[in-house]
Design a protein around this ligand. Sequence first.
Ligand code: MN
Length: 456
Amino acid sequence: MDLILRNGTVVTAAETYKADLGIEGGTIKQIGTGLGPAKRELDVAGKYLFPGGVDVHTHVEFTLLGETTVDDFHSSTIMAACGGITTIVDYVLPNPGQLLIDAVEMWNGRAKGKTVIDYGLHPTLFKPTERTRGEMAELASDGYTSFKIFMTGLAEFDHYAPDYLKAMAQAGKSGAMINIHCEDQCCITFLTEQLEREGKNNVRHFAESRPRIAEGIAAKRAVDMALLADAPVYLVHLSCEEGLDALNDARARGQAAYGETRPIYLHLSKDRFKDEKDPERYVGWPPLRDADQMEVLWQALDSGVLQTLATDHTSFSMAQKKKHKKVEDLVPGMSALETMLPMLYSEGVLKNRLKLSRFVDVTATAPAKLFGLYPQKGTIAIGSDADILVFDPKKPVTIRQKDLHSRQDWELFEGFKVTGWPSMTISRGEIIVENGKFLGEAGRGKLIKRKTFTSP
Ligand code: MN
């Protein structure tokens, strides 16, 4: 045996128990008591052993609205590792006119030599054509088994809706998931023009430009289109009950429809736009919502209405965030990979909003199952990759930008106090983070060719 973790508390989506874990050749070889001997043995009594986090929504290195993220595949994946995340699935955004396959190759080129944890890729569809559909079939058979669609103006969704519907049908035929950003551009344009007329087109009124109803309209349309196209559908970063209603209705009729939320909607409300300094820091698509929606989302996450939590990690400097003044030009996104799991544990599990088993399910097991990574990733079981988060549930930490590993020059949760923090991160049997120090080698992360969709 290469490594034995002794006396830890193993937590999976199904059970919690004390055991030793024996690791060999990068996978979990034994689970039991009194295992050994091994080349290295660690006593992890008092620690939780979680499956390493699987974050299926990241933008670790890309350009949006002319701004390039300050983190790249290297710094972003170091942050992820330090935050207990051992797998990411990143979004490929092709340049205008670029073939999907070329964009995927470009993304793998960026990851090469830099990424420190395993990764997969979701290609994004822009104005899909017949040729795109051929590429989708080819990519799906090559392990890229999910495709992203934006319903907003970014993808000119309304204009190309028939083509997006055809692409959804192609995804269904190819065994691939359709991931959809649900916000209705017609509503956003109407309200943005109204804010402009009222002299309110600025960051303080950002949330009003993209209200809950815009998410609800789009989410309903997305699940209906996916039903028509016979494709499994995954609604990314839902932020309010209008989005959840669409998801619930779809699931009630037996549709393969799933939903994700994102840390900002659990921990922050739109009051932040009112009087805080630098409100640009809170800008994401969709916007922060009323405070009552935070509890709605916690309940949905705990009860299983929502399946996953993902970061939508996108790092921009404060200068980049402050560059634009009008709501339609504000750069959305924030660094989030290092804080997602400790914030969820502290605010969710410790405040009795989220069961411990659900913590593991939403951050590892469910995303791995939905995106063709399970059981290699997303659980602690014999034969699974030894991707393990050794979590100290008692450690008090005050979140400070200076202690984190992002190149972003500000931190969304600056000053938040949490209890519980990763003490060690293991990726394929290798200890890559110990007590906040990254020990792994750049480029050690591998591209994972994912399986086609099967209903979990
Ligand atoms: Mn995103």
